[in-house]
Ligand binder design. Structure first.
Ligand code: C2E
Ligand code: MG
Ligand code: MG
Length: 292
């Protein structure tokens, strides 16, 4: 049927738009009677929640000094659908499913860390994205503490990534949340720095360990003449004792320039795409010194 085709094409387009990784999307979902993209995604998410349809992939954060991988970001994937988080996370935030999904993500990462520890591997900290909506999950910190205990995972192997927009609505609740994480020994990173409200003032009073410079910020300044802005941003972050990660770096030239600017870590396709858990400890994925 024609309208169904248009709707499906539209959904494929929606997936592409929200998938920075590749410029195409496969029309790989079945013909359905869904009313629109959102309800289709909702049903996919509900199914994934009920039938273990999620997995995590892990993207290395590489030291610009040594080429060693010093940390990873855990990124969510659907196992049965080719829809990326850029498309389904906003839907989950809208309808509240993010609370459930956030807990699933947290447990998957802690279980994975525990497995790597058991295997005697040289485990590095892994960060988990925390959506602003999860601040409404009032018992999340207890949930986290319980899991770390159950799985015997040291808290300092876990890092939580929050974005600046968490502060806009729930400033006090967020500060309390971060303080509790910090007391437990969990690390905290500011994600997508430079895309939103971007105030430096809160970096001075929040218990933050790391800032992640957003891909769009990096592109803006690395391509233009005002590269010095990046150098100063990095220096300012260092003066606050923050580790600086540049996200979304694909070009050698950009990596080299950030190295000159004393950026600590790069997380980007230039070094590595997000990896399946089974590939994380392959030799070629642990040290990138030849790429520096
Ligand atoms: P983010 O947290 O800023 O994650 C970085 C995104 O940039 C990832 O996309 C990663 O695959 C992509 N990326 C990394 N290097 C490059 C590069 O060199 N070039 C380009 N073009 N992209 C690069 P991904 O996995 O599609 O995730 C998109 C966003 O979805 C994430 O942005 C995050 O906001 C959200 N997300 C992903 N997983 C989770 C999760 O478990 N929970 C929550 N709440 N949000 C998640
Ligand atoms: Mg992130
Ligand atoms: Mg980011």
């Amino acid at each position: 049927e024609m309208s169904q085709l248009i709707m499906n094409a539209d959904l494929a387009l929606y997936t592409v738009k929200n998938n920075m990784k590749s410029g195409f999307a496969l029309f790989d979902f079945p013909m359905t009677d869904q009313l629109n993209e959102k309800s289709f995604i909702e049903s996919v998410l509900r199914d994934a929640i009920d039938h273990d349809g999620f997995k995590m992939v892990y993207q290395p954060q590489v030291s610009l000094e040594t080429g060693e991988v010093l940390a990873y970001e855990a990124l969510l994937r659907l196992t049965r659908e080719n829809i990326m988080p850029g498309a389904f996370i906003p839907v989950a935030e809208d309808n509240g499913m993010i609370v459930k999904i956030g807990r699933i993500v947290t447990e998957k990462v802690i279980a994975q860390l525990s497995l790597w520890i058991e295997q005697g591997l040289d485990v590095k900290p892994v960060s988990v994205n925390y959506s602003a909506m999860q601040i409404h999950d009032t018992h999340y910190v207890e949930f986290l503490e319980t899991l770390l205990n159950q799985y015997h995972v040291p808290a300092n192997l876990l890092e939580i990534e929050i974005t600046e927009n968490v502060f806009l609505e729930n400033k006090q609740a967020t500060i309390t949340f971060l303080d509790r994480l910090k007391k437990n020994g969990i690390r905290i990173a500011i994600d997508d720095f430079g895309t939103g409200y971007s105030s430096f003032s809160y970096l001075t009073f929040l218990p933050i360990d790391k800032i992640k410079l957003d891909r769009t910020l990096n592109m803006k300044f690395l391509e233009l003449d005002n590269i010095k802005v990046m150098d100063n941003l990095i220096a300012l972050a260092h003066s606050l004792n923050l580790v600086v990660v540049a996200e979304g770096i694909e070009e050698k030239m950009h990596m080299k320039r950030l190295k000159v600017g004393k950026c600590d870590l790069i997380q980007g396709y230039y070094f590595s795409k997000p990896l399946e858990a089974d590939d994380v400890f392959n030799d070629e994925n642990c040290n990138f010194s030849l790429f520096l």
